[in-house]
Design a protein around this ligand. Structure first.
Ligand code: ADP
Ligand code: ZN
Length: 509
């Protein structure tokens, strides 16, 4: 089937294991990296096993792509969604009931309609596959309430094997998927997330605007790349800047006319060296194998999204780069967005934690690829040897004492001020100071460092969750972060280090 219908010579990674499980009539869960060939895991068993295979997928565009591809390969596949016209719908149902259809793609809410369940439960089903299964979990980064209903699949089709597939699921999310989709006893397949062709790096934003991004792109002439920016407006501005520098850049975001988007996508796919400057609206289902770099002009808010976006580089297995620019303002902004989200407290807490973990990784001193792979639950992971940390290990300078000073000062100031004022306090600047503040024991305890060093250290403390910046209408206030961590620093049990180059460039030290 693999060769005849899909034209591939051999199975990839864990595909054959997953397929074997379903062919034996058992349910399974598969966490395979993007590009790992998740769709074959349910397509092949659906074709081999008698009956209709159901595929639940969250995005109409992705379903449409897959169905079109399958039909081209001669597979009897269809999709039913809100766009399906009544006539088509009838024709599809006729084929289903005559047993002439092998695969049917549905949205979760489409599948869970009582009339649909009723009609399907009278049929012989080959399997039910849930694509992007992490959407079922509040612990995942892309929770979709309509996925919650899918738990009922197990009751409605008790004898039908189920398969949950996803490209991103940390341990907690995997547990959730198992519980929600009743996959308690099912075999779990977690493939390695190693992408040895990807050289990852991250740097703190310096200076204003996106000048550094332009510089990075200009250093990579003649290569295809994707630049992710945080807003529609900044994609346009950045693309303009790049074009002015002679780079064939294209802006892409959800606010553009559908036709314009399609044209730009096509242009990007066909060009050898175009640079797509996009919001995250760009990417899902885009398969351009020779993307040589992905640059985050603005960072995402979790390791899951980071890995998915960076992972669009080097799909052909040739060397590629993933470069992320980040700053404390980005973190504060992301934090504010999470707080403003209409979601249960628990969900917001999880998202905040994911945000902190991501920034701790960016800021950390461990191999990037290893950190990400461990996050996804891989064990025994070796250093990648090609990321910025592996190739030029930054020396950490112990700044634990300075951190204690900063934390005490933040504590004394009681979270009422922004970071500028906190630094003035540490430096003992008397301008604007109240007599009361000038008498605090923490006033002026940090005179040995320059303002620049303090700014770097405060960033580090924020990234590590020891300080937190609460968005306050654009003028963030700085206060103590996670209590246990702060205590550990006070007690000297937790070290805080600053990167050497930061210290070295600072004449104040
Ligand atoms: P995912 O959903 O895991 O990102 P897809 O199922 O879309 O991945 O597959 C990604 C690409 O890999 C597709 O172009 C597919 O044709 C190809 N592919 C899948 N399995 C194999 C295989 N065994 N050998 C070669 N190519 C494969
Ligand atoms: Zn590394």
């Amino acid at each position: 089937m693999l060769r005849r219908t899909f034209g591939h010579a051999d199975f990839r990674g864990l595909q054959s294991g997953v397929i074997g499980e379903l062919l034996a009539g058992r349910s399974a869960m598969a966490v395979l990296p993007t590009g790992g060939g998740k769709s074959l895991c349910y397509q092949i068993p659906a074709l081999i096993r008698p009956g209709l295979g159901l595929v639940v997928s969250p995005l109409i565009a992705l379903m449409a792509d897959q169905v079109a591809g399958l039909q081209q390969a001669g597979v009897a596949a269809e999709r039913l969604d809100s766009n399906t016209l009544p006539d088509e719908r009838q024709a599809i149902w006729r084929r289903i009931e005559e047993g002439r259809l092998d695969l049917l793609y549905l949205s979760p809410e489409g599948l869970m309609q009582p009339s649909m369940l009723d009609r399907l439960s009278r049929l012989n089903l080959a399997l039910v596959a849930v694509d992007e299964a992490h959407c079922v979990s509040q612990w995942g980064h892309d929770f979709r309430p309509e996925y919650r209903m899918l738990g009922r699949i197990a009751e409605v089709f008790p004898a039908v094997p189920r398969l949950a597939v996803t490209a991103t699921a940390d341990a907690r999310t995997r547990d959730d998927i198992r519980a929600e989709l009743r996959l308690e006893g099912a075999a779990e397949f977690v493939d390695s997330f190693a992408r040895p062709e990807l050289a990852l790096s991250a740097e703190r934003k310096r200076g204003k605007g996106h000048d550094r991004v332009v510089e990075l792109v200009l250093e990579r002439p003649g290569r295809a790349g994707v630049v992710y920016a945080g807003s529609r407006d900044s994609t346009e501005k950045l693309a303009e800047k790049l074009i002015a520098e002679g780079v064939p850049a294209l802006a892409y975001h959800a606010g553009l006319d559908k036709g314009v988007r399609a044209r730009r996508l096509e242009e990007f796919l066909e060009a050898d060296a175009a640079v797509m400057v996009a919001t995250i609206a760009f990417g899902m289902g885009v398969d351009k194998p020779d993307v040589r770099f992905v640059i985050h002009a603005d960072p995402p808010a979790a390791i899951e999204a980071y890995w998915q976006e960076i992972g669009r580089a080097g799909r052909d297995g040739q060397p590629a780069e993933g470069i992320t620019l980040y700053g404390s303002a980005d973190m504060a902004w992301a934090s504010k967005r999470i707080e403003a989200r209409e979601a249960p407290d628990e969900v917001r807490q999880v998202q905040s934690r994911k945000l902190r973990q991501f920034y701790a990784m960016l800021e950390g001193l461990t191999c990037r690829a290893a950190a990400v792979r461990r996050y996804f639950g891989e064990e025994g992971v070796a250093r990648c040897g090609v990321c910025d940390i592996c190739t030029s290990p930054p020396k950490g300078v112990d700044a634990s004492e300075a951190a204690q000073k900063a934390l005490s000062a933040a504590h004394r100031l009681g979270g009422r001020f922004g970071r500028g004022r906190l630094i003035d306090h540490l430096l003992g600047k008397t301008k604007d100071v109240t007599p009361q503040e000038a008498q605090m024991s923490t006033f002026g305890i940090g005179r040995e460092f320059s303002p620049a060093t303090w700014r770097d250290l405060l960033d580090t403390l924020v990234f590590e969750g020891l300080l937190r910046e609460d968005p306050n209408d654009g003028r963030p206030l700085i206060g103590l972060g996670e209590v246990e961590g702060v205590k550990a620093v006070y007690r000297g049990e937790r070290k805080v280090s600053l990167r050497q180059q930061v210290e070295a460039s600072d004449p104040g030290t």
